[in-house]
Write a protein that binds this ligand. Structure first.
Ligand code: ATP
Ligand code: MG
Length: 567
């Protein structure tokens, strides 16, 4: 983390921890953990949890573990493990030598299960999955005891060992906690602890064919690692009694305190790995790192900085009530950050040729362009000026309105860092009537962008030299969904709200020559257009590809306001 990060304000979790420290509850220790399941890439919701867990550890002189919660062999793999590690590092956090895997605890967990059986606190149940569901009851009706609940300890031990030995098919038996089928909390109605799954695990291979479930694994992993504060999202509030039950019944030395906070929900996107996987698999995006994805890999490729994501997490804070945060707030944080750190350069996305009739044919000038208007320490680069230029197609109008202050027949504009030019003629395509070339004259007295006679020019436009600029592909990204809450309706397919215009690819853009050696991932402000970043996957020195991170201003706010006015 950099020293410039704002100091987190005191939230209810930090209050609890500060109080525990005052009371010397864990001999002054603070140990947290971030426990992702390696079944997908991390998204910005995970960033909230990472900033919270690693942040708290750093603030209170504690440590934070990275633990892979990898107990479900389906869908977990090494690619996800590696992506998660690199995303946490990119975000600016370091787990040191505290990298753990729940799968490393399989032996220990198995022995804990045996202990529960021996203590008469767990039994092998041979109801089918469907029957177990029926016996469980509902929110308003108590459940019913399984007929296998009264099996003897010996029989349970024997069956559980045979489950482990691979003697049974998937789904024929499970190990359940013996708690209370009439509990008002459904999680406490003899929850399943282990199930049979004949499937290789990406780390333990074929060693196991029974796998522990989340509620059994998670609390014990926390305990094994000596976690003091087990911070998780609100949907686990009703699992807390089970978390405590397992640790109490096993009488472990370390009993961490589970604390729940509200997960991050964001408008105009989805933050659920199951849904993100669907977008990838059905080809709505090119992959987990598609710049439209709310994944950290996607946001990084889009051009967002880790500082801006940390700043966002800081700004939203931590609360106990669920809400939906406006995507505009993420965009605001990214813009604020890029505004400070992105060098300004010139690029023309949709080029229109401009010939300066009175500029000598073979003349070339190097003009000075500072990289940042407010930060001279960023230095400057030379911008090459010549007789034939490109300007943005929509910076010229043949029949302009009064309020159009850019180039038009007979009108004068300032070329950024260069000269005033005045449009004297246009060349049109004979067939389509489209303007294909604009002829101008320039005023040699206005070098640098101001005139000695002080005459007013209202518009300043950006440009590149035709002969010196470089070709580039530019990908214009927009929000992935057209509606604020794509998963708002029950039982409706969220993919129908995917924004069909979330990507526009421009293949004939031109960028200034200083970008010839721009490194993959580097970020710029293209003057007047927005923030752009060199694509880290597809860009190369000879074939530059830029991703638009964001426009300079929030065009969605304008659209939303217009819609509000209309209705
Ligand atoms: P998803 O719903 O996307 O599948 P998950 O909770 O199953 O998420 P995990 O890999 O288990 O994904 O998450 C690791 C940690 O990140 C958990 O502690 C979880 O509480 C936290 N987390 C996941 N999503 C969010 C979110 N939207 N906001 C805050 N924390 C989150
Ligand atoms: Mg999970």
């Amino acid at each position: 983390m950099t020293g410039t990060d704002p100091i987190p304000s005191q939230d209810f979790i930090r209050n609890i921890i500060a109080e525990d420290l005052r009371a010397n509850k864990h001999e002054g220790r603070v140990v947290t953990r971030f426990p992702p399941e390696p079944n997908g890439y991390l998204h910005i919701g995970h960033a909230k949890s990472i900033c919270l867990n690693f942040g708290i550890a750093a603030e209170y002189g504690g440590v934070c573990n990275l633990r892979f919660d990898d107990t479900d062999p389906s869908g977990e793999n090494v690619e996800y493990v590696e992506s998660i590690k690199s995303d946490v590092r990119w975000l600016g956090f370091d787990w040191g030598d505290r990298l753990f895997y729940a799968s490393d605890y399989f032996d220990q967990l198995y022995h804990y299960a045996l202990q529960l059986i021996k203590d008469g606190k767990a039994y092998v149940c041979s109801l089918s999955t469907e029957e177990i569901r029926k016996y469980r009851g509902t929110l308003t009706e108590p459940g019913k005891d399984s007929p296998y609940r009264t099996r003897s300890v010996e029989e349970n031990l024997h069956l559980f060992e045979r489950m482990r030995a691979g003697e049974f098919e998937d789904g024929t038996h499970v190990l359940r906690a013996k708690i209370d089928m009439a509990s008002p909390n459904i999680n406490m109605r003899d929850p399943t602890l282990y199930r049979i799954r004949h499937m290789p695990h990406y780390r333990t291979g074929n060693k196991w064919c029974i796998y522990p479930l989340y509620d059994f694994t998670h609390c014990l992993s926390d305990s094994i690692e000596g976690i003091t504060h087990s911070i998780c999202t609100l949907e686990f509030e009703n699992n807390r009694p089970l978390y405590d039950w397992v640790l109490d019944e096993l009488n472990v030395d370390c009993h961490p305190q589970q604390i729940e906070f509200a997960r991050l929900n964001l408008s105009y996107t989805v933050l659920s790995k199951r849904k993100l996987v669907e977008l990838v698999e059905k080809g709505y995006v090119t992959g987990w790192d598609d710049p439209r994805m709310p994944t950290l890999a996607g946001m990084r490729r889009r051009g967002c900085t880790p500082e801006s994501i940390r700043g966002f997490c800081e700004r939203i804070g931590v609360a106990k009530r669920d809400s939906i945060v406006d995507m505009a707030l993420v965009e605001y944080c990214v813009r604020e950050d890029l505004n400070q750190r992105a060098p300004r350069v010139m690029a023309v996305l949709r080029p229109l040729r401009v010939v300066i009739d009175n500029y000598p044919e073979d003349q070339v000038e190097e003009l000075d362009g500072p990289y940042h208007p407010q930060d001279p320490s960023m230095g400057s680069r030379k911008v090459t000026f010549s007789r034939v230029l490109y300007i943005e197609r929509d910076d010229f109008l043949e029949e302009p309105s009064k309020k159009f202050f850019r180039l038009a027949p007979g009108r004068e504009v300032r070329l950024r860092y260069a000269y005033y030019i005045k449009c004297v003629d246009v060349v049109k395509d004979e067939k389509t009537g489209e303007v294909v070339e604009v002829h101008c004259t320039y005023d040699p007295e206005t070098r640098g962008g101001w005139s000695p006679d002080g005459r007013k020019v209202r518009g300043t436009i950006h440009w590149v030299s035709a002969a010196h600029s470089l070709p580039a592909e530019v990908r214009l990204y927009d929000r992935l969904f057209q509606v604020a809450n794509p998963t708002g309706e029950k039982d409706s397919d969220f993919t129908k709200y995917v924004n069909p215009n979330s990507l526009e690819t421009l293949t004939s853009s031109r960028v200034e020559p200083s970008l010839s050696s721009a490194a993959p991932g580097s970020r710029y402000q293209f003057e007047r257009l927005g923030y752009f970043c060199v694509d880290s996957v597809d860009s190369s020195n000879g074939a530059l590809v830029f991703n638009r991170t964001l426009m300079l201003r929030d065009s969605w706010a304008k659209i939303a306001n217009k819609e509000k006015k209309q209705t």
